[in-house]
Ligand binder design. Sequence first.
Ligand SMILES: [Zn+2]
Length: 155
Amino acid sequence: MGSGRSLVTAVVATIEAMILSMIRSVGHTLIGNLIGREEQLPVHILDRFPELRGARFRRGGLPLRVGGWCLGAASVTGITLWRTIWLSRRAPLDPGLLLHELRHVHQFGASPLFPVAYAWESLRYGYHHNRFEADARSFAARRLLEADSPPLTPS
Ligand SMILES: [Zn+2]
């Protein structure tokens, strides 16, 4: 009967391993849905815009949904909290978007009261006319122009 018992032990061990792996994958998915997954930007983008090294990037996650709820949408393409930029799972790595969100990293760094000031601006003037959004748009546009035009040579 020894082999019967070892077969039972082996089956129980296999079932245990399957259950553990299911729990791990569900946990992984839950955490992924909550905080997203770390994303490394490709070198050609970092070489063109080295300042993007000053931010951390994640794909997916709850902050995008919360941002969406604030704007009456299911999700937003990008959202920044302090030094972390969350990009929606399908958002292309568009330098304009990355630079826009990077400006929000700068804004978070400039004042501990930035989140309050940002919320106030949004409530008072709306998302588009929020001066922090206007600043992020013009920053991204300026950096894209600089990157596209050849450097000025001293005369
Ligand atoms: Zn913005």
